[in-house]
Design a protein around this ligand. Sequence first.
Ligand code: GLN
Length: 320
Amino acid sequence: MRRDIPFSSLESAVHEAYEECKTITGGHNADYIPYLAGIDPNLFGIAVCLPDGRMVCVGDTDYRFGIESVSKVHTAILALRQLGPEILLEKIGADATGLSFDSIMALMLEMDHPSTPLVNAGAISTCSLVEPVGSSEAKWKAIVDNITDLCGSKPELIEELYQSESATNFTNRAIAWLLRDYTRIYDDPMMSLDLYTRQCSLGVTAKQLAVSAATIADDGKNPLTKEQVFDPSLSPQIVSLIATVGFYQKSGDWLYRAGIPAKTGVGGAVMGIMPGVFGVCAFAPPLDSAGNSVKAQAAIKKLMNLLSINVFSNTHYEVV
Ligand code: GLN
């Protein structure tokens, strides 16, 4: 079945989702990273981007926040671009852990495998895989250039967040050394951890993440720059990684309710990919117990429900 969605219906749905969700009060800012505890909890925005570059934005969509774990998607794409899907599967994996994003237990249970690039262990390991191995500076350039390609504009390091996170990332340090013990890290562990911490501290806007989501939704073609960022054959792998573990231990509940593969970050972002239809990013700092933004997930779920779109439905949607 095919269903056309008028652009005006998309616009009204985004505004309605925003109005309905802006008064939601649940959740708390991440406070294990001191910088994030101080961000205004009332910030809230939703941005949707279509493959043809049209956008619908409401609220704080130009505010620069910490990309945090959403960056795991971008750097997984970089590793896929550089090394291809088989190496990523063999060296990292593509499975859910069913546990929190920084779970040491998950890593211990799967000592032969970090599971997925979308939890901390796998993301640190992915940074170690990024080429050229051995050069922190060149790897960092590759990571930032790749995020720029996907977003269509540059992210900017939030230096204060980077310092705050570097000073308090004890669990991630333990993870990096465990990976070393299990021979699941492929470059210097502390350098890989530093790259991971820095990429998490990049500042982006909801608009930028909506553009990168639309790039993934359109098989790697950036809707703004029109650049083919990654090979279209990689799209299903990227979206499957996101669907499997984008909300960590809540991933199944999320997909069941909202029907869109999405990735969260403790900075408050939720980035959703509706293949062939649109990319979306909602942003609001207060998080639930799994570290997923309360308001942002409510807003995207509301939007999907208002539009009656679901990735698992037997319908081909097109915004016209
Ligand atoms: N940088 C954060 C951390 O390592 C990212 C976590 C997240 O966004 N879920 O803890």
